[in-house]
Write a protein of this length. Structure first.
Length: 368
């Protein structure tokens, strides 16, 4: 049995973590090579038949496409520069010897469906177009695929180790969907949201496993995921306010609004008092103004986001509203949010940070 355990890297990524488990089967592959002369990996995704020029949209799927077209092994492993399975070399060899077909990541369980979670984070038209394509390409399985997307279980990041047959079947199935969806939708203005083909591919990965993996009765086991971002989350208390703000500013310069929002959420969970700092309020509020600009495709910087007193006022007024508003006067909260460009994401995090329990507001945010 031979294994090609692929670890995807990109020149734009942070330095590959050394804490992940290394094995003798590891091979690094650089994605997005067509956009740079710099080489940092064993393999490049721009040689021969490739889609490297789509990396800003497809992310690690350009590397997956290259491996599919150019390499073959009994087993193909898949990991990222900062996320891999927690699987030692000896355990990996034992699983292959015992004839396991698929080693999956431990699933993530959402409090909502895969479909709804995607639409909360990305433009809904990209999802709807993908579903149209699925119905056209795979009409016999389309209804079941749609039903599976209503589940709340996601296997993240396409991580895993699989027989070549499984890997080949997935690639043959998923790339026609991604390619046709991308052809119809095209570009997105936001540098993060333009990666929707990769986000869709990750969700299709989970559905493929449920649809075909179970049907063929593959021998399957799952392992925990090592994510170096969690190490960052656990070290918030060690970071100065200037370091926290610098990380947020880096996200904003690249217009990675989703990453910035997740970072804020993680900071709140780590230490809710951090968000009361003036510097943090400024940057947090900037994110939501930018998010509003994204929605309207216009300029929403009418407010002076350096006006600390104004930001403090918005902050304090929102906290008061969240404590006092009820289902009879929700229009007051709705009007306040619309006037100040405050998103439901911001509201939910304020409730979490200040331990505010308001059923009327929670229902309102979930429906908005």
């Amino acid at each position: 049995m031979n294994l090609l355990n692929c670890i995807v890297v990109n020149v734009a990524d942070r330095k590959m973590t050394e804490e992940r488990i290394h094995t003798k089967y590891d091979v690094t592959i650089q994605s997005g090579c067509s956009a740079t002369d710099k080489r940092i990996a064993d393999l490049s995704d721009d040689i021969g038949e490739n889609i490297s020029d789509k990396n800003s949209y497809y992310s690690e799927f350009t590397a997956m496409y290259w491996i599919w077209k150019h390499k073959k092994a009994d087993y193909i492993g898949w990991g990222h520069y900062r996320r891999t399975l927690v699987l030692e070399e000896a355990e990996l060899e034992k699983l292959m010897e015992e004839g396991y077909d698929v080693v999956m990541p431990a699933p993530m369980v959402f409090d909502t469906s895969i479909e709804k979670q995607y639409k909360e984070c990305s433009p809904s038209d990209t999802w709807d177009t993908m579903i149209e394509v699925v119905k056209e390409l795979y009409p016999n399985e389309a209804d079941l695929i749609v039903e599976l997307f209503r589940s709340n279980i996601l296997f993240p990041c396409c991580l895993g180790v699989y027989t070549y047959d499984y890997f080949d079947s997935f690639c043959r199935w998923v790339f026609p969907i991604l390619d046709e969806t991308f052809r119809r939708v095209g570009d997105q203005w936001d540098t993060y949201q333009k990666r929707y083909p990769a986000f869709l591919g990750e969700r299709l990965y989970s559905v493929f496993f449920a649809l075909y993996g179970m049907e063929k009765k593959y021998k399957v086991v799952s392992y925990k995921v090592y994510d170096s971002d969690n190490d960052t989350i656990n070290s918030f208390q060690k970071m100065s306010m200037s370091e926290l703000c610098q990380r947020l500013e880096d996200f904003l310069k690249q217009r990675h609004l989703h990453n910035a929002k997740v970072f804020i959420s993680d900071i709140i969970k780590s230490d809710s008092k951090l968000i009361e700092k003036v510097e943090f309020i400024q940057i947090a509020y900037m994110i939501f103004l930018m998010e509003q600009e994204n929605r309207e495709r216009g300029n929403f910087f009418g407010r002076d986001i350096t006006d600390v007193e104004y930001l403090r006022l918005v902050y304090s007024q929102l906290i008061c509203l969240l404590k006092e508003v009820n289902k009879e006067n929700l229009d007051v909260l709705r009007l306040f949010m619309d006037d100040n460009g405050v998103s439901t994401y911001f509201v939910k995090n304020m409730m979490l940070a200040h331990e505010i329990e308001n059923e009327a507001v929670s229902v309102f945010c979930n429906q908005r």
